[in-house]
Design a protein around this ligand. Structure first.
Ligand code: PLP
Length: 393
């Protein structure tokens, strides 16, 4: 496996002084739901939703062919059967394919608003009601948005999100419901070591990318103390202090199912400026869109950015990923590839669109903590890389 240099600019949001207090205007978002539980990851929230629905062995759960494996593992963890449905070329769900796959054993339909772009959720709600199955709305990519005059997540039986994709937190996901009680979802603290790790990891990530420079003389000592503390904790106990979901893993670890999000994640989700996340992500996205419009060998996945949503990333379809991806990674450009790895349970040939996107779709960050200089640098790298490809024999 090729080892690429560390990204030169942050892939995920970093903590900075600007993360807070820059206007807290009301924007409809998934955390507006009547009932919300903060857990350590989005995948844990999916598992809790399925658990609340009493999904068990023999039951079927409709899941999208285009997915990350952390969306599917909670289904197989409960020994239920994931049944994969197709998506269309712009990542909208294929309604006819879903209808075809509903059986007497179907208990729930999991849908995703890819990259922040909303599915036809009211039609999905109607489909679920017609078949008597539950709707689980995966809002990991769309913290913000409104559907039929109500915040995203409101019409689902359960909605989930992943806080680390929008906030500068080490951990965090939410289970939300405006339709059902979450009184039986009982959570406990993961303990002091986890809270300390979540807070210090967030600070270290920020310092790594030159944020919070004024803070570094103050926290160098506590970070040293932390390193020693970790070593002593590790000596007594082999289990990791944080969940794999926070350290880039795709797996689902049931040990974290009943654990509350860290104090830091609770605080950031409550205090971060949502208005800034919304405004800056949209501005960054549109800047990338303008720059990538006429690139040879590249095609934006979406033609425009609808009002009301804050995009997760900028998705770009690439004609020659075998050349472009390693070239950009060598330059230190941060890239995500949602759907690159697909669940082994999915029969081959299930969804030709997914097969293509899995190979050809790259995603670039547009998060609120990128500076203008960083964004310009990234655009320059990407534009040059595509243009070079055209000149090459
Ligand atoms: C990231 C992601 C998840 C899981 O979120 P984690 O917080 O990483 O567990 C679920 N669904 C989608 C669509 C995601 O992108």
């Amino acid at each position: 496996m090729t080892v690429y240099p560390k990204p030169r600019i942050p892939l995920r949001p970093t903590l900075s002084g600007r993360s807070f207090f820059s206007g807290r205007g009301r924007l409809p978002n998934i955390l507006d739901a009547k009932n919300v539980r903060h857990v350590t990851s989005g995948r844990v929230a999916i598992a809790l939703a399925l658990n609340e629905l009493k999904v068990k062995a023999g039951d079927e759960v409709l899941v999208p062919a285009f997915h990350c494996t952390s969306m599917i593992e909670p289904v197989t963890w409960l020994k239920a059967t994931p049944v994969f449905y197709r998506i269309t070329g712009n990542t909208a769900v294929d309604f006819e394919d879903i209808e075809r796959r509903v059986t007497n054993a179907t208990r729930a339909l999991l849908i995703t608003h890819y990259f922040g772009f909303l599915q036809d959720t009211m039609r999905l709600r109607a489909l679920c009601d017609a078949h008597g199955i539950a709707l689980i709305e995966d809002c990991a990519h769309c913290l913000f948005g409104e559907i039929d005059g109500r915040p995203v997540g409101a019409v689902a039986d359960y909605a989930i999100t992943s806080l680390t994709k929008f906030f500068p937190t080490y951990d965090g996901g939410c289970l939300a419901s405006s339709r059902r009680s979450l009184n039986e979802v009982l959570l406990q603290s993961a303990g002091f070591a986890f809270d300390a790790k979540a807070a210090t990891n967030m600070l270290e990530y920020a310092l790594e990318y030159g944020r919070l420079k004024w803070l570094s003389p103050i926290i160098v000592l506590p970070l040293k103390v932390k390193d020693r503390l970790w070593r002593s904790v590790k000596r007594n106990d082999d289990s990791p202090i944080g969940p794999g979901s926070s350290d880039g893993g795709y797996g689902f670890d049931s040990a974290w199912i009943n654990k509350r999000a860290s104090l830091a994640a609770h605080f950031i989700a409550a205090a971060a400026s949502m208005r800034r996340i919304y405004d800056v992500r949209r501005r960054h996205y549109l800047k990338l869109h303008a720059a990538f419009g006429n690139l040879p060998g590249a095609e934006p996945l979406f033609a425009d950015l609808p009002e009301g949503i804050a995009p997760y990333v900028y998705p770009l379809k690439v004609a020659d990923p075998q050349r472009v991806f390693p070239a950009l990674k060598q330059l230190g450009v941060p890239i995500l590839r949602f759907g690159e790895y697909l669940a082994p349970e999915m029969p081959p040939g299930t969804c030709p669109v997914t097969a293509e996107l899995s190979q050809r779709l790259l995603q670039f960050p547009c998060h609120q903590e990128l500076t203008d200089d960083e964004l310009d640098w990234m655009i320059d790298c990407i534009v040059r890389t595509f243009r070079d490809g055209r000149k090459a024999p």
